[in-house]
Design a protein around this ligand. Structure first.
Ligand code: WTA
Length: 663
């Protein structure tokens, strides 16, 4: 787009503004005020109308769309708001400068140390984002280019994401816990031009390396022409002349101005790529759109959290995951709310850290993962009881099933039994929350994610594609498209959509199992595919197997998830060693370290079992359910194993597992 039309579009953008900030509501009086119902929308026309109305009321467009929902609906190859134009950073920042929120806190940052904190008003954040957007441009980044962000949880992380959105560059965030090799693979896959990172990470009072990882990765990334480094710690790190630039020096440079016109994007232009694990050996780059994604992030924030001006919203997820993207950054800022960002960990310097932060900032909504609650439950109720948590009005949970025991603790101890606990089910691919109670739900059931949000048609199907009966397990399938659905897997600049998603009997197959009870409430029963969930982090067993298999000592590896009291699931690896290697503790430690280097600490196996062979069918397919049962010390009823090429392997594996457990 040339700069004249750009200016014109910006002028249009500037004219529109949000309605004035709403008055604080008393939550007992809030009910579902929009024109939605709990029943699925009955026709494609109704679906279009429903989302068109949301898009009008929640977003500012510089040009209205011509078609709300276009494309091949049966195959979920849908383009939302075709012809519509908007800018995400404009919607998250600029419009909040003219609606009374200019001086409101947009982002409150709490560092690892309590005395490290910063507050950005909308005006301040706007300025930083514009300046950094100009830095990106100066370093050659243009609309459509990919920028990888590999950062600790510091404000510059959010600034970098919004700056990309402002100039139409596609960001791809790589969680800072991933290894140099994982970073390298992702940069190579999306052919990123630039990397934004930091010198070090600060965590639990310690300094951990980050730029070192970057240097290892960038040696193999010819697409990268520049690397911008935030000085978080100030220790010496290597800076390569002509490639590496300090963030603070770039931002101070005299040629960097405070003005940066937002690039006017098509609704279906990519906003970001986020790599996530599936059942293949390498993670896939899920691409989300500009218009549909943003709308869905805002819509769900409104519906589920009822975010309002007087809220302090604390999503504890790292910005490296989809939860951070949708509920720390885009959703809250798009609604003009105040979002809290925390650099540290739940139990440093003490096990009351989260509750101390809630008290300090008078947090009203906390959105976290069951793994965090399980870890904090171990310390008993005292760390919670010593803090005044009366500001909380809503508790949220995401990322993995929350057991009734954990649910009761979170609800009873943290929520004093008096505020709703909202368990939210969704995925990287869905862009935002799909099944959850609404903020004013009066009837919650511990362990149930309640019902699909208005506009979402979720069903549980059996293998024949029929809806299962009450209490029966089946596949969780979404029958109609919605705007938050990803637009493709990154293949090339056009992100070819044909490879995008699994369609099962005309619906989007989520990969999760579920069942419904007599009230139509949904209960998630876990993944039906080879994806495991460790501390709320999604990992492909094939990825870990590939990492183990790349070590010279390993002839073959098979990985399954096994119950873990804190992490939810732990990584259990079966290893067949090459002939000239033997099972020693030193080798096991080396294999664990190898996985850390290949993927990152989150994928480190908790248990390794050396085996002489693996249970495989005559066609060579691994019978993973046998391995899952043995890992769980469940040695009965292996079901039909007649397809096994080597049935005696089961007894051999059981014997070696028993020997291992006895050690
Ligand atoms: C699991 C995270 C049970 C599920 C937002 C899903 C859940 C995967 C819940 C997606 C929940 C997420 N109850 N399981 N409330 N929320 N999951 O892509 O298996 O990192 O498919 O997105 O996490 O993980 P992802």
């Amino acid at each position: 787009m040339n700069s004249d039309s750009n200016k014109k579009a910006h002028a249009v953008l500037r004219q529109s503004s949000l309605p004035p900030p709403q008055q604080p509501k008393t939550h007992s009086s809030v009910n579902r005020t929009d024109n939605t119902t709990d029943t699925p929308l009955s026709s494609l026309e109704k679906i279009s109308e429903f989302w068109a109305e949301k898009a009008e009321s929640l977003l500012d467009w510089s040009e209205k769309w011509s078609t709300t929902m276009a494309g091949d609906v049966a195959n979920f190859d849908v383009r939302w708001f075709e012809g519509g134009r908007l800018n995400v950073a404009y919607n998250c920042l600029d419009r909040n400068l003219v609606n009374g929120r200019r001086n409101k806190a947009a982002l409150i940052w709490q560092g690892d140390k309590d005395e490290d904190s910063r507050v950005y008003t909308y005006q301040m954040l706007f300025r930083e984002v514009c300046r950094f957007a100009n830095v990106l441009k100066k370093r050659g980044i243009r609309r459509g280019d990919r920028v990888v962000i590999y950062m600790p949880m510091i404000p510059e992380f959010a600034i970098a994401m919004l700056a990309c959105a402002r100039i139409g560059a596609t960001h791809s965030v790589v969680f800072a816990g991933f290894s140099a090799k994982s970073l390298q693979d992702r940069i190579q896959d999306c052919e990123a031009k630039l990397l934004v990172t930091a010198d070090n990470i600060v965590r639990t009072g310690r300094v951990l390396p980050l730029k070192d990882n970057v240097d290892k990765a960038l040696g193999h990334c010819p697409s990268i022409s520049g690397c911008i480094v935030v000085r978080r710690v100030g220790m010496d790190v290597g800076m390569l002349d002509g490639r590496d630039y300090w963030y603070h020096l770039e931002m101070q440079s005299a040629d960097i101005s405070d003005d940066c016109e937002p690039e006017v994007m098509e609704a279906n232009d990519p906003l970001f790529i986020l790599y996530t694990s599936g059942s293949t050996g390498s993670p896939k780059g899920v691409v989300h759109s500009t218009g549909g994604y943003l709308l869905y992030a805002l819509y769900t924030c409104r519906k589920v959290f009822d975010l309002n001006d007087d809220d302090i919203h604390w999503c504890t997820a790292d910005l490296g995951w989809i939860t951070g993207h949708s509920y720390l950054l885009y959703g809250p800022l798009g609604l003009g709310a105040t979002s809290l960002m925390f650099e540290g960990t739940p139990s440093y310097p003490g096990p009351d850290r989260y509750w101390q932060i809630v008290e300090k900032y008078r947090v009203s909504i906390i959105y976290t993962a069951p793994t965090v609650i399980r870890a904090l439950m171990r310390y008993g109720t005292e760390p919670v009881d010593i803090h005044d948590l009366s500001s909380l009005r809503l508790l949220g949970s995401v990322g993995e099933p929350i057991s009734p025991e954990v649910w009761h603790w979170y609800h009873g101890v943290v929520g004093r039994g008096s505020i709703p606990l909202i368990d939210t089910w969704w995925q990287t691919e869905t862009g935002g929350i799909m099944i959850a109670p609404l903020h004013d739900e009066t009837r919650l059931k511990p362990g149930s994610v309640v019902k699909p949000l208005p506009g979402i048609d979720a069903v549980v199907l059996n293998e024949d594609g029929e809806e299962v009966s009450q209490g029966e397990r089946g596949r969780l399938v979404i029958r109609n498209p919605w705007p938050g659905l990803f637009i493709g897997i990154f293949m090339d600049r056009e992100c070819h959509a044909s490879h995008k998603l699994n369609v099962f009997k005309g619906g989007y197959d989520t990969g999760d199992g579920a069942c419904c009870d007599e009230d139509g409430y949904f209960w998630i029963t876990g993944r039906g595919d080879d994806v495991i969930n460790v501390s709320g982090h999604r990992l492909g067993t094939a990825e870990i197997e590939a990492a183990l298999g790349s070590h010279p000592a390993v002839a073959e590896a098979a990985v399954v998830g096994v119950f873990h009291p804190i992490k939810g699931q732990a990584v259990y690896a079966y290893i067949r060693l090459q002939e000239n290697f033997s099972e020693t503790e030193a080798l096991f430690a080396e294999l664990c370290n190898h996985v850390r280097l290949q993927i990152g600490p989150i994928a480190t196996p908790d248990m390794l079992q050396c085996v002489s062979g693996l249970p495989k069918t005559r066609s060579g397919k691994l019978m993973r359910r046998v391995l899952k049962k043995i890992a769980a010390d469940d040695f009965d009823n292996f079901g039909d194993t007649s397809a096994l090429a080597n049935p005696s392997i089961i007894d051999t594996l059981i014997a070696s597992k028993k020997a291992l457990s006895a050690e």
